[in-house]
Design a binder for this molecule. Sequence first.
Ligand SMILES: *Cc1c(COP(=O)(O)O)cnc(C)c1O
Length: 433
Amino acid sequence: MKYYSTNKSVPEVSLMEAVTKGLASDNGLFMPERIEEFHPDFFRRIHQMSFQEISFEVAKKFFGEDVPEKTLKDIVYDTLNFDCPVVQLSDSIYSLELFHGPTMAFKDVGGRFMARLLSYFLEGFKKEVNVLVATSGDTGSAVANGFYKVPGIKVFVLYPKGLVSNIQEKQFTTLGNNITSLEIDGTFDDCQRLVKSAFLDKELNKAMVLTSANSINVARFLPQAFYYFNAYARLREAGITEELVFSVPSGNFGNLTAGLFAKFMGLPIKRFIAANNENDIVFNYLKSGKYEPRESVATIANAMDVGDPSNFARILELYNHSHNEIASEIVGYRYSDDEIRQTMKQVFEEENYMLDPHGAVGYRALKADLKEGEVGVFLETAHPAKFTETVEGVLGTGTVVLPEKLSAFMKGEKLSVELSTKFSDFKRYLLNK
Ligand SMILES: *Cc1c(COP(=O)(O)O)cnc(C)c1O
């Protein structure tokens, strides 16, 4: 399968090139040349299949031409060795829990899948590959843990100083080995800008092989489509046959875009809800048709603090830049920190369910928008214990029990290098590595 750039001013590339480069050289995002629909038979038996079996079928549609079947199966089965349950909160509202993986947030799937796929493509490759990743918290931990000790690959995690939770920070800064954490004295947008500038810098690219593990990378974001197929299957298994409405807490829009891909592949999804915090660039676009990126603001749902969502370019591409079409498939909501806190408190008290701040945004938008006769699923994108300070600030001290997987990280020592937001500093640092 070939991949083209959303900016369309460079030739198509192979999957291997799309994965090893991350971003196209005209600064566009890679898109698969076609999206194959499943035969209706697949949906007739999907509820009898496991998460791994379903995901393998989905993976074959994208990667089957470029990766031997046995290798692809290994990659999928190794990546998805955890549950992804759908939990009912009220009559028609379900939580899709995407936090049962190694770092307890949904990005685990893309992080591990990409590490495995890249490592397959690099077999026999002589040079070392450097993965650059900008994070507002969870990407860093998922990618760092996915790539930890993978031979031939070095990972540089750029994160905004003081703007990620304690546990998130521990999850990537304590690993060492092939993982280096760079603490940037700025915002997530600054981190993302540094990474993008690095890809466009001729001198740097001559000196070292660089790729990105942000959701701009097709190997990072496409596997997230697995989640939607699995949610549908598990609900069917429970006897629910309605078309579904998915509410997706969104920042860079990788997760929601993967859902759109699932729909294009024939998954019966009625529509999507894009749930934002105060970083409401897409919310405004959906209302007005104007896309106006701006500096991100810090919120308690920090993994969604994005001022210029990179996957928006893919959404435009999927719908031929038609605002009408996009707005007929996706409705937007936006919530303040106070509203997020209020939702966490209310759902804990009334439904006896603990939401993390991101899931709370998704839940609230779904609750506000779900119509009579519809069944809705919101993505619970991280375990609440990843945001213990915030959650206990709302629900009370002692309410959060730290799972074993997370407490193990807390014992490690933070190893990170502080850098300014200047590209010249970052570049010098990389060149001296
Ligand atoms: C990354 C992240 C999001 C936002 O996902 P995008 O794909 O960037 O839109 C939401 N919640 C959590 C917990 C995340 O880590």
